[in-house]
Design a protein around this ligand. Structure first.
Ligand SMILES: Cc1cc2nc3c(=O)[nH]c(=O)nc-3n(C[C@H](O)[C@H](O)[C@H](O)COP(=O)(O)OP(=O)(O)OC[C@H]3O[C@@H](n4cnc5c(N)ncnc54)[C@H](O)[C@@H]3O)c2cc1C
Length: 374
C-alpha cells in the first residue's frame, strides 16, 4: 500500500465512501475510518422520539461497513488535525498520518447562544441525534411513573416543529397530560417553507395540543424557567434546543480556513481552499459562495463526489466539480402517520407525504445495513 486515506466521522458521505472502500484499496490505498461509535440517522430520529421507530431502526454500524471493503475502523474521536505534518491526533492519544484526509463530522447545536443552557442537564440539544433516543427513554420513565414534565421546544424551524409533533405523539401513546410548548423568535413557523405550509403546520400542532408562542426570543435559562427577551417566565422542566446547527468544532482545530458557523471552507472539488489533500462534506463544510442549509440531503449528494475525487487524487487525475441542487424535497414527520412535504414553492400534507418519507428513509438505511449485517 503506498497511500493512506483517513475518513474522519461516519457521516452520510463517509457511509457511501466506506461502502466503496474496496475501490480505494484497488487504487493502492489503505482506508481508515475514525468515529466514536455508530451512525444515527436524523431522517428517522423524530419518529424514533415519538415511538414509531426503535433505536435499532435508526443506526448503522460503520465498522462492519468499512471492514467489508477491506478498510479498518478506529473507534475514537479526532481531537485535531495538523495539515503541515499530514497527521490527525485522536482523543485517545494516538496520532496517525495520511496522504488524503476527508472530514465528515457533522454539526452541533450552539447552546452558548442562550446563557444558562450549556451546563443544564435538563436542556436537550437535538444533536447528536442519539440524544433524541435518550430523551424518549427519559420521558417514558417519567410518564410511566405518572409524572408529567413541562416540555418546551425552543426553535420553530423544521427540526423544532418535527420534534414537537413527535413529542405529542409520544404523549398520545402514553395517554399522558405532559404540557408541550413550542417557542420561536420568528413570527411564523418554518420560515424558509411556503407560507401555506407554515399555516398548515401551525394548525396541525395546535390540533395536537402544542401551545405555540411565535415572536418569542429566549434571553436565558434560569432555574426551572426560560426567560424571554420581554422578561416573561416560561416554566420548563425539560427544554429541547432546536435553535439551529453550526459546524462541528473540529474543523476549527485544523488550522485551515473556516467560516465561524458554516465550517471548513471548501471549493467545488470539495477540498479545503488551502489544501487539496483535505476534503470535507456535509454539515461541517462550507462550500464557498453557497449558503447551503445544514441538511443531510446535501451530504448525501456530495458523497459520490468525495469518493470519485479521492480515487482521482490517488490516480493523479483531474477532480470532478460538485454543483449543489437548487431545490430539494423536505418532508416532516408529523407523528400521526401524516407528513408535510415541500419542494420549492410546492407543498402538500397528508398520509402520502409520510409514506414517501418512510420509503426514502428506510431505503437509505437498508442500503447500508442489510449487506453488512449491522
Ligand atoms: C432531529 C433532526 C432531524 C433532521 N431531519 C433531517 C431530514 O429529514 N432531512 C435532512 O436532509 N436533514 C435532516 N436533519 C439535518 C441532518 O441531521 C444533518 O444535516 C446531517 O446529519 C448532517 O450529516 P453529516 O453527514 O454532515 O454528519 P452526521 O450525519 O451528523 O455525522 C457526523 C459523524 O461524525 C462523527 N464525529 C463527530 N465528531 C467527530 C470527531 N471529532 N472525530 C470523529 N468522528 C466524529 C459523529 O459520531 C457522526 O457519526 C435533521 C437534523 C435533526 C437534528
Amino acid at each position: 500500500m503506498s497511500h493512506t486515506v483517513i475518513l474522519v466521522g461516519a457521516g452520510h458521505a463517509h457511509l457511501y465512501v466506506a461502502a466503496r472502500a474496496k475501490a480505494l484499496r484497488e487504487h493502492g490505498a489503505q482506508v481508515i475510518l475514525i468515529d466514536p461509535g455508530r451512525f444515527w440517522y436524523s431522517g428517522l430520529a423524530t419518529g424514533m422520539l415519538g415511538g414509531m421507530y426503535t433505536a435499532a431502526d435508526d443506526q448503522v454500524d460503520p465498522k462492519a461497513l468499512v471492514e467489508a471493503g477491506g478498510g479498518t475502523f478506529t473507534a475514537d474521536r479526532v481531537a485535531s488535525v495538523n495539515p503541515g505534518a499530514r497527521s490527525v491526533h485522536l482523543a485517545g492519544g494516538e496520532s496517525l498520518t495520511y496522504d488524503y484526509l476527508s472530514i465528515n463530522v457533522g454539526s452541533r447545536v450552539n447552546l452558548d447562544a442562550i446563557p444558562g443552557m450549556a451546563d443544564d442537564p435538563s436542556v436537550w440539544p437535538v444533536k447528536p441525534v442519539s440524544n433524541l433516543w435518550r430523551l424518549r427513554r427519559h420521558l417514558e420513565t417519567d410518564l410511566c411513573a405518572g409524572r408529567t414534565p413541562r416540555v418546551v421546544v425552543v426553535g420553530g424551524g423544521p427540526t423544532g416543529c418535527e420534534v414537537a409533533a413527535n413529542l405529542a405523539a409520544l404523549r398520545r401513546r402514553h395517554r399522558a397530560e405532559m404540557p408541550l410548548t413550542l417557542v420561536t423568535l420568528s413570527d411564523r413557523l418554518i420560515a424558509q417553507a411556503p407560507a401555506g405550509a407554515a399555516r398548515a403546520l401551525y394548525r396541525k400542532l395546535q390540533a395536537c395540543n402544542v401551545a405555540i408562542r411565535l415572536g418569542t426570543g429566549i434571553a436565558r435559562r434560569q432555574g426551572s424557567a426560560l426567560i424571554t427577551n420581554a422578561g416573561c417566565r416560561i416554566e420548563a422542566d425539560i427544554v429541547v434546543a432546536a435553535i439551529g446547527l453550526q459546524a462541528n468544532e473540529l474543523v476549527h482545530e485544523t488550522g485551515l480556513p473556516t467560516d465561524a458557523e458554516q465550517g471548513l471552507r471548501i471549493n467545488a472539488k470539495l477540498h479545503s481552499i488551502a489544501d487539496d489533500r483535505v476534503f470535507a462534506a456535509g454539515d461541517c463544510a462550507y462550500l464557498e459562495g453557497h449558503h447551503l442549509p445544514k441538511l443531510g440531503v446535501f451530504g448525501v449528494r456530495q458523497a459520490a463526489f468525495i469518493h470519485a475525487n479521492l480515487l482521482a487524487s490517488l490516480a493523479g487525475q483531474s477532480l470532478d466539480e460538485y454543483r449543489p441542487q437548487k431545490r430539494y424535497l423536505a418532508i416532516l414527520n408529523l407523528g400521526d402517520g401524516s407528513g408535510l412535504a415541500s419542494w420549492g414553492p410546492l407543498w402538500w400534507r397528508g398520509r402520502s407525504s409520510f409514506w414517501l418519507k418512510d420509503v426514502i428513509d428506510r431505503r437509505f438505511m437498508a442500503r447500508y445495513r442489510s449487506r453488512y449485517g449491522s
